[in-house]
Every structure is written in C-alpha cells, then in structure tokens.
Design a protein around this ligand. Structure first.
Ligand code: MG
Length: 203
C-alpha cells in the first residue's frame, strides 16, 4: 500500500508557514514503513530538533481505480479516519531552501500516524466534518473539511490521474492551522467530530 499526502490544502495553514497558495494540489508520498505501529508511542527521531504534529483527515481506498471522476469518487472509499502527518520541520525547511525533495522530513519511520477508522456513513456530511487535536488536554488544532481548498472527492479525482489507487491506500488530506512542535511525554488526542480517533504519547 502507499500513503498519498496533500500539502497546503487549508488557507490558514498556508498563511502560518508563509507558503504560496497553490493553483493545484501539492502531493507527496510516504512509504508503508512510515505507518506508526499501533499502541506504541511516537518516538522523536534523532535527526530532528523540531518535529511538528499536523492533524489530518484520512481516507482509506477500498477499490482499485485510475482516472476516477470526482462524481464517482465516493465509491472508492467507505472509511474515514484521523491521523498525524509528523513532520521534521527543521529538516523540511533546510531541504525546501535548497529546492530538494521532502522525504527525509516527511516520510521517515513512524511519520504517518493512523487512528481509528470510522464508517463514512456514521460521521455525517464529509464536506463539513469538524476535527480537532489536543496536546496535553489543550486544543491546538481545529478544522473542518469545509475549509479545504480541494475536498476529498476532488482530491481522489486529481491524485488518480497520476497514481493508480489500490485497496488499502491511505490519503492524508492536509492540515489546518495550529501546527507546532512535540516534546517528550506530550499526549496527543484527536477527535473526528465528537468521536475520539486516537490518543498517543510522544517519547
Ligand atoms: Mg501535512
């Protein structure tokens, strides 16, 4: 399976990192080795002094497809989740400043944290789905899929022009504003609407 991530999909997050609003979705990939082991802590890698959380709505693909039209995209997933796109921000900034690819900053082992999956029918309107991230009990990110520049079905259509989507592939759909660093012993808890999607500890 593969993990397809969308960057710069929320205007408020683009602004906080001083990035330019893209005119088409920004895409990068993570390998399957990036998936965090369930029930283990997130371990800050030694090569970074500034790892950020980025809470994101996730979609799990349930059938193979290519050149999927937006109007049919809903047939390609039945589950929605919430996860964290852990990012070594210091490494990313260094790579970006040289115009180099982001993989070392974005695709390292454990960088793709995936919470509980929910039946999409159980979470309501996917185009106005609120979600939040708490760090040590304090809310640090709050978003809604209604603020996406490209909504879920449009992303599936776009991504599938380039990559055949296969069963089990996961799309990270981008993060809203409020990203920030993690430190040892932080507890991160994610909520999709009012349902708890994950709780993890940083080590
Ligand atoms: Mg992200």
């Amino acid at each position: 399976m593969k993990i397809i991530c969308i960057g710069r999909n929320y205007v408020d997050h683009i602004a906080e990192l001083d990035n330019i609003r893209p005119d088409e979705p920004v895409i990068f990939l993570k390998p399957d080795t990036a998936i965090a082991q369930p029930n283990l802590p997130f371990f800050i890698p030694e090569f970074s002094n500034e790892v950020h959380y980025e809470v994101e709505v996730l979609v799990r693909i349930n059938r193979i497809g290519k050149h999927i039209q937006s109007k049919f995209a809903g047939k390609y997933y039945s589950e929605i989740g919430l996860g964290i796109d852990f990012t070594a921000r210091d490494v990313q900034q260094k790579l970006q400043s040289k115009g180099l690819p982001w993989e070392k900053a974005k695709a390292f082992d454990g960088s793709a944290y995936v919470g509980t999956w929910f039946d999409k029918a159980s979470v309501g309107d996917l185009t106005a789905l609120p979600f939040s991230l708490y760090k040590n009990g304090t809310v640090v990110q709050e978003g809604s899929t209604s603020h996406m520049l490209w909504p879920i079905d449009g992303l599936i259509a776009y991504v599938s022009q380039y990559f055949t989507l296969k069963i089990g592939d996961i799309i990270f759909t981008g993060t809203p504003a409020g990203v920030g660093p993690v430190e040892k012993n932080n507890r991160l808890e994610g909520f999709l609407k009012d349902q708890k999607a994950f709780s993890l500890i940083v080590k």
